[in-house]
Ligand binder design. Sequence first.
Ligand code: DX5
Ligand code: ZN
Length: 224
Amino acid sequence: ASSFRIAPSLLSADFARLGEEVDHVIASGADWLHFDVMDNHYVPNLTIGPLVCQAIRPLTKAPIDVHLMVEPVDALVPMFAKAGANLITFHPEASRHVDRTLQLIRDNGCQAGLVFNPTTPLDYMDYVMDKLDMVLLMSINPGFGGQSFLPSTYPKLRAARARLDAYERDSGRRILLEVDGGVKVDNIAEIARAGADTFVAGSAVFGAAKAEDAHRYDSVIAAM
Ligand code: DX5
Ligand code: ZN
């Protein structure tokens, strides 16, 4: 349905042929591209930066959803904005001044969001609701694709949904609720019922296609 978005995570794509992977996943019905940035400091892994974002930007008009798993955050914000990011999310523990970083993202022309690790309290969103376009709940510990969805995410999603609905009733403004980690064809409906409207899926999308033949992602995305 159109009120839901699927954001395949490029983390599980074949990096030797990234451009083709982007083309195929968009042609297969992906709504967004999820772009995982890891710095070997905030998380124990190292991935891709603004240069790669800039390289894929001309391939699609689909929103690029940049998930910053980096510390510190601020210096990368203008770099990703220039590289064509549409949304930029970051982990509140990784920024010394969360309100300032959210404002910086918007001042750079992007939508802004906070990411909550499995044990990060939702209270971090208090006082900054007006500066949030999206809330992202991690359903795994960040750093790697292919991990299992943590069931503790379900009640947390319901709690976040309640907060965002209350805010929407007061303000008339809708904040998206995204979930990231272990999202599969067989749990996405339950995740949606708990309140998520935007779904990151890495290994589910790219892994399934590798198992098939010609890197087609239609069937798995359609099944979501
Ligand atoms: C992990 C990343 C996720 C990851 C999800 O830290 O933020 O976006 O790619 O991968 P799957 O869908 O395989 O759990
Ligand atoms: Zn991510």
